[in-house]
Ligand binder design. Structure first.
Ligand code: OAD
Length: 251
């Protein structure tokens, strides 16, 4: 099927969403872009255009220089705490409310979906607001970095780290299993604001497609998924999603 140009939304897509029993959604950094959170791979503005992921988002980077890694995540944590969910996040809350069965799978660690009100969601890459012991993996609720040092685990003395998935690390097993089950069972999968380059998340749209789901990409730019998606809605999710969903879900 040929994707429509601009953000013309075909009526058969509205019908497909209305008829679907199980709707799944995969989001990436792009859905938070309009809230003011930087994406990773956009040229110029993406975090990986300005910072080297090997020095900030790997276990080796943390072992070499825990303070640099901790401080970078502390800066990002403050940034996401200071912004608000946008119209794209909110549209997905409405979709969850109206769908018979629903799962939102996010690669984002910013917590904006939860702050918007999403409940049926799994976080594939963790959450930047959570902190865990780098040795024991236990979540630590109370910690302070007020002295400028990397805080340590009260139990074992190891450094604390953000509870996010770094390159070379495995995704949380339960979250990945739930995401794969949803991809296998859903009738429609919306893939929003992801460059579809980082696996295993990037494999979910094709898994869904192989199991008969209609795959809809919402992204202002082309990605490796674009040529294989059933529909491509080219535009910013904060504009496209509310338009698409209000038309599709209108009584
Ligand atoms: P990327 O930065 O790779 O991709 C962001 C996507 O959002 C791009 O395809 C943009 O075109 C698109 N985009 C930009 N603005 C948008 C808007 N307003 N509306 C919709 N889409 C927009 O981010 P992810 O695909 O999320 O992993 O990256 C995947 C993973 O790579 C991240 O979870 C992170 C990163 O390294 C880890 O940190 C483990």
């Amino acid at each position: 099927m040929k994707p429509p140009t601009a953000i013309e939304i075909p009526s058969e897509l509205h019908r497909a969403l209305r008829r679907a029993r199980f709707v799944a959604v995969l989001t990436g950094a792009g859905i938070s872009a309009e809230s003011g959170v930087a994406t990773f791979r956009d040229a110029q503005t993406g975090l990986w255009a300005q910072f080297d992921p090997r020095e900030l988002a790997t276990p080796g980077a943390f072992a070499r220089n825990p303070k640099r890694v901790w401080d970078w995540y502390a800066w990002r944590r403050e940034r996401v705490a200071s912004v608000e969910p946008n119209a794209g996040h909110r549209a997905l809350v409405e979709l969850e409310r109206q769908a018979i069965e629903f799962l939102l799978v996010t690669q984002n660690v910013d917590g904006l979906h939860q702050r918007a009100g999403s409940q049926k969601l799994v976080e594939l890459h963790g959450n930047i607001a959570r902190v865990k012991c780098s040795q024991e993996g236990t979540i630590v609720e109370e910690w302070s970095a007020a002295d400028g040092e990397v805080p340590r685990c009260a139990n074992c003395g190891a450094f604390l780290r953000p509870d996010v998935v770094w390159f070379e690390e495995l995704l949380p097993e339960g979250a990945l299993a739930a995401a794969e089950n949803a991809a296998r069972s859903c009738e429609v999968l919306l893939v929003i604001g992801t460059s579809a380059e980082v696996y295993p998340a990037a494999g979910l749209p094709m898994l869904a497609h192989e199991h008969g789901a209609l795959v809809v990409e919402i992204n202002p730019n082309e990605t490796p998924l674009s040529a294989r998606a059933d529909y491509v809605l080219r535009g910013a999710s904060g504009t496209v999603l509310p338009r698409f969903l209000s038309a599709a879900l209108a009584p």
